[in-house]
Design a protein around this ligand. Structure first.
Ligand SMILES: O=C(O)CCC(=O)C(=O)O
Length: 291
């Protein structure tokens, strides 16, 4: 179970290399689930949810095509849904957010195929999401050993608490940029400057398959290119403090907005956002397919 020292480390640094949370047989099952999804995509894919079409290149038909991202694997494969009820993950995420419990925002596979995936440039996740408060944590779970060579996570320790990178500064800089643009002038925001930095300016977090790290939604992080001959697969569960409200203004076009069962300003609950409850796996959230 998570310790006070680990929570303190996360509070100070905005990330936490946690350690092992699943067993080798779970890794095998998760990899097999991803292989089934890739197989399905190669046959045309599953269009039953808007997010299933996002983040991968269906137009490339050969086996080696870039599979970069699959959103909401928990809806497709039971092994991924079971992760939502992994006590180490749920209890740690709640402790890190100082919340009584957490709920899923979404999950995703991020797979860097060999030599066919660019960098994830430095970014802060929070601003991509239509959510009201930065009380959100990602659990980044390695499905392959993650190393500097194959594109492991790189973080900027303490950036989540740095006032230069806060939501208030972001709003002020957005306004300065808009004003500059109106006056036909250039203005480079802090996040545009950060996105130009190589991942190597961050601290690498190397993990063994089956281990996870957590990062805060305001923490700057990046992953470099995979320069090896093998895939680098990771599964990311993004967990929000219970009671998190929708704030559409922050990201009105987000891929998951059409699925929302609640209105702007309301706490985000519903089928797409199950509670992360140890021991309460209830089966698939998708309706059974009737043929
Ligand atoms: O896994 C990667 O390469 C990038 C993941 C990422 O940026 C995230 O989990 O927020």
């Amino acid at each position: 179970m998570i310790t006070k020292q680990q929570v303190q480390f996360f509070d100070d640094n905005g990330y936490l290399p946690y350690g092992k949370v699943i067993e080798p047989e779970d890794i095998k099952e998760l990899r097999a689930g991803l292989d089934r999804m890739i197989e399905l995509e190669l046959k045309g894919g599953d269009n039953s949810q808007p997010e299933f079409k996002y983040g991968h290149r269906r137009e490339l038909k050969e086996e080696t095509r870039a599979i970069t991202q699959f959103v909401n694997m928990f809806k497709r494969e039971p092994a991924y849904e079971r992760l939502l009820h992994n006590p180490e993950i749920c209890n740690s995420a709640a402790a890190l957010l100082h919340a009584p419990s957490v709920r899923l925002w979404h999950d995703q596979i991020i797979s860097k195929p060999p030599e066919d995936n660019g960098h994830f440039r430095f970014h802060q996740d929070f601003f991509f999401w239509p959510l009201a408060e930065p009380r959100i944590v990602s659990c980044w779970l390695a499905l392959d050993d993650a190393t500097v060579e194959n594109g492991c996570m790189h973080v900027v320790p303490g950036s989540h608490r740095d006032p230069h990178f806060s939501p208030e500064t972001r709003a002020a800089e957005s306004k300065r940029k808009a004003d500059a643009s109106e006056a036909s002038k250039e203005f480079e925001t802090y996040w545009e400057k950060m996105a130009k930095e190589p991942a190597s300016v961050g601290k690498p977090v190397e993990l063994k398959a089956g281990e996870c790290m957590f990062h805060h939604c305001l923490n700057f992080h990046a992953t470099p290119q995979n320069t090896t001959n093998h895939q680098r697969r990771a599964h990311v569960m993004i967990l929000m403090a219970e009671g998190m409200r929708v704030r559409l203004a922050q990201s009105p076009g987000h891929i998951l907005v059409p699925n929302f069962e609640v209105e702007d300003g309301e706490p985000l609950v519903g089928k797409g956002h199950p509670a992360c409850d140890p021991g309460k796996w209830t089966g698939s959230v998708l309706e059974p397919v009737v043929s």
